[in-house]
Every structure is written in C-alpha cells, then in structure tokens.
Design a protein around this ligand. Structure first.
Ligand SMILES: [Mg+2]
Length: 190
C-alpha cells in the first residue's frame, strides 16, 4: 500500500507562499528555503498559521506539479484501494484540501482519503496502517519513515529544500511523483 504527502509532492504550494511573502514583506524566499522554513529571514516565525491563512484565502490558486495528475490517475487505475494522502496540513484545511485534490487532480471524492497528521506523527500513522511505501518531499520525515521496519521504500522527491543532504538507505530519491509511482508499481508487482 502506498500513501502520498500533499505539499511539495502533488501541490506546488511553495510558489503561492513565495508570491504572498514577496507581496507582504518584499522578500523573495526562493533561495532561502530550508526544509520549508526560512529561519534566517524570520527566526521566530511559526509558518503554520501563515500557511493556513494562505490556503484559506488563495488555496484555489495553488497549481499541481506538472506530473501529479497523470501519476495519481495511474495509481487509481492500477491500485485496488483508494488513494491515501497524508499531510501535515491542519485539520481546518481538510475540506479545502479534499476539494483541491478532487478538482486539480481529477480524483472522485470516493476514491481517496485525506489524513491530517503532523510531520512527527506521520510515521505512527504509517506504521499503524500498514503503509509500505510513502512519497514525501521533507528529508527529515522521509528519513523517519524509512526507519520503520514495515516500510519498504520511503520515496523522497528532489526539491530545492532537500537536495544534497544525507538520507537513510531506504530513502529512494526521484525527480517527481510519476517516477515514484512507476517504480512503486514495478516493485510491488515483482
Ligand atoms: Mg510536503
């Protein structure tokens, strides 16, 4: 069974954050993104509430990554179970997230579920649910998930904020979700 993260995997939310921060603060965060934080620009800033506001007000403007729809449709066709999205977004964003996934990725709402778990709690959910493959863009989370004995592959999509740093041997890097899905389908069949 496979599950997917949302932001940085199917949703290009960072582009929206970049635009809003540039408009509000006059700062371009593009070259300062470290693990979705920008500590040297905003040391005491909790990005959670800001992200929540952005999604409530402008979430519809987030674009999916170019391969995301094809990858999800392929999974839907080949899998015998609904898609599972596991995101660190807050519970208040559940409906917005479900609507976005349905509209942007062409997924009927009965064919996927959305679980809201903080980054540090994703691993507990994955272990409990018997998920063996997970796709993530945050290095630390991918490493933590790779440590679970029940997990076969912890996929990490190469993004600007995770490149060039050490990862667990069970972390498999790919350039996009479609590459992860194709690898998963091949691995799972053999
Ligand atoms: Mg993410």
């Amino acid at each position: 069974m496979i599950a997917l993260d949302v932001d940085g995997v199917v949703a290009n939310s960072i582009s929206l954050l970049r635009s809003v921060i540039k408009y509000s603060y006059g700062i371009d965060i593009y070259n300062h993104i470290e693990t979705y934080r920008i500590p040297h620009l905003f040391p005491n800033w909790d990005i959670g509430p800001f992200f929540e506001d952005c999604m409530i007000n402008f979430g519809h403007a987030v674009e999916p990554y170019p391969d995301a729809k094809e990858a999800c449709q392929l999974l839907l066709k080949e899998n015998s179970f609904p898609l599972i999205f596991l995101t660190a977004r807050r519970e208040s964003l559940k409906e917005i997230t479900k609507n976005w996934l349905s509209q942007k990725l062409g997924l009927p709402k009965d064919y996927f579920s959305v679980m809201m778990k903080s980054s540090s709690n994703k691993k507990f959910y994955i272990e409990k649910s018997g998920i063996e493959f997970f796709v993530e863009d945050r290095l630390r989370t991918a490493n933590e998930i790779a440590e679970l004995p029940s997990v076969k592959i912890s996929y990490l999509i190469n993004r600007q904020w995770n490149i060039g740093r050490d990862s667990h041997p069970k972390v498999v890097r790919k350039n996009n979700l479609l590459e992860c899905v194709k690898n998963y389908l091949k691995t799972n069949k053999s």
